[in-house]
Design a protein around this ligand. Structure first.
Ligand SMILES: NC(=O)c1ccc[n+]([C@@H]2O[C@H](COP(=O)([O-])OP(=O)(O)OC[C@H]3O[C@@H](n4cnc5c(N)ncnc54)[C@H](OP(=O)(O)O)[C@@H]3O)[C@@H](O)[C@H]2O)c1
Length: 433
């Protein structure tokens, strides 16, 4: 029998434990796929004495990175320790020592993906990162292999389970943001410091990775326009429902005539959109290709075994490449130079909720401001408010306009005498063009 492929794992937390469980439990399937046994060589942890939930020979645990990175017996390194600088340093060492690498680390890939892929190619090594976006959903392989022959023009993703869980509970149970966030933290769906999730940064990292691959261009994290969910209210969600929409945190990447935009923000989607029914901690990525039209990838975006499934599938590809002697041959250089859309070119509809003075002339003032900018209303609702002075709540959905024009309107509204308060505004999406 051929020598087994030996794997070193950096990290034995939620994901690392899942990887060991799948490698142990699926030996027969792995052998069938790759024709060679796969074994775990060493596992790096911070604390060897900590109790572990997964069955692992204690002799295999190490607190010394060199036991993996400089170990001549180890063929493949799986990085599931998280963090950025140490993880980058260890992966660079592994690649320079001709070890193939599989990682689940989106923070690292969003910041240093281009550099790491180049070092991997220079050393004829594979570097795969399926688990870094949407956990168990095979979206990266879906884009780079399944849809490789198409020209992708749009990707819309619910790629952060924590925020999707919070927004689902707010929408379905009418509970406010702070209360649901606390519950999510108690249930382990949200971190004790939830900033990266609720401010949209985690989703932005994943969208930068998806846009880089889907559009074959070098998208950086700074190219993503980001807004989180901390100001979303249940009132906004109720109005959205009344108008036939659902409010979701959406990562959107669009390409038109070679020019792209990438953003993460709470958006209104029509309630019959495929993403509108993706609830709780689930993830989904909707992809539109010129030839294929609409497709959607849906599933668990995190968790020990779902994420480990993606990692072990990457490991299978590495071993198949080893058997064929073609490691490090995946194309990693982008085909197109990056051209970002300007504010004049980014077009969308907008939802706007205002409190205005309920007096003669208010509507004339509002409509003439929008008319001056050539923006008409698709929907407009108004209710009287019970306040000391006569006031009304107005909800508008505009027709399509540019971000530049909408910002001018928004700034003018802030200074308008008849406007008491701008309660909220969101982008409205839904079509594929
Ligand atoms: N959790 C998910 O569902 C999920 C989904 C997709 C992607 N990911 C990504 O997968 C990675 C791992 O996530 P996780 O949830 O498994 O993390 P985790 O539960 O916190 O586990 C991290 C592991 O790495 C070890 N570790 C961390 N820093 C280390 C260091 N400097 N030296 C040695 N060992 C170190 C820890 O050792 P000790 O056990 O000794 O403390 C622990 O075993 C992250 O990049 C994350 O973004 C996670």
């Amino acid at each position: 029998m051929e020598r087994s492929v030996v794997v070193g794992i950096l990290g034995l937390g939620t994901v690392g434990s899942g990887v060991i469980q799948i490698v142990n439990d699926h030996q027969q399937e792995l052998m069938h796929q790759v024709g060679r046994p796969i074994s775990i060589g060493k596992v790096l942890v911070k604390d060897k004495e900590k109790p572990r939930t997964v069955l692992i020979d204690k002799e295999k645990l190490t607190e010394e990175p060199a036991d993996i990175l400089h170990n001549p017996d180890i063929d493949v390194v799986i990085e599931v320790m998280g963090g950025v600088q140490e993880a980058r340093d260890y992966i660079l060492q592994a690649l320079k020592n001709k070890k193939h690498v599989v990682t689940a680390n989106k923070d690292l890939m969003a910041l240093y993906g281009a550099e790491l892929l180049k070092v991997a190619a220079d050393n004829s090594c594979d570097l795969f990162f399926e688990a870094s976006v949407a956990g168990g959903i095979p979206i990266i392989r879906g884009l780079t292999e399944g849809l490789a022959s198409d020209r992708i023009t749009q990707m819309m993703g619910i790629v952060n389970g924590t925020t999707n869980y919070i927004l689902t509970k707010m929408d379905q149970e009418g509970r406010d943001y702070a209360e649901v966030l606390k519950e999510a933290q108690e249930l382990g769906f949200a971190e004790s410091d939830p900033t990266s999730d609720v401010e949209g940064l985690d989703a932005a990292r994943k969208m930068a990775i998806l846009a880089t691959l889907g559009f074959s261009t070098d998208v950086a994290l700074e190219d993503v326009v980001v807004r989180g969910i901390t100001t979303v209210t249940t009132e906004d969600m109720e109005y959205c429902r009344q108008l036939g929409y659902v409010l979701k945190l959406i990562g959107l990447a669009k390409r038109q005539e070679g020019r792209i935009e990438i953003t993460v923000q709470p958006m209104l989607l029509p309630d019959n959109h495929p993403l509108a029914s993706v609830d709780n901690e689930y993830n989904a990525v909707y992809v539109y290709g010129e030839a294929i039209g609409e497709t959607m990838f849906y599933g668990p975006g995190a968790g020990s075994l779902p994420t480990a499934t993606a990692i072990v599938s990457d490991l299978i590809t590495v071993v198949k490449n080893l058997v064929l002697g073609v490691n490090g041959r995946s194309i990693s250089t982008p085909l197109f130079a990056k051209e970002l859309k300007s504010d004049e070119e980014v077009e969308a509809k907008y939802f706007l909720r205002l409190h205005v003075k309920d007096e003669t002339g208010t509507f004339k003032a509002l409509t003439s401001l929008f008319a001056q900018e050539d923006v008409s209303f698709e929907k407009l609702l108004q209710w009287p408010l019970e306040e000391e002075q006569p006031a009304a709540e107005v909800v508008i959905i505009t027709h399509t306009t540019s971000r530049a024009v909408y910002e001018r309107i928004y700034n003018a509204l802030e200074n308008m005498d008849v406007v008491i308060d701008i309660k909220s505004t969101y982008r409205v999406e839904g079509g594929h063009q």
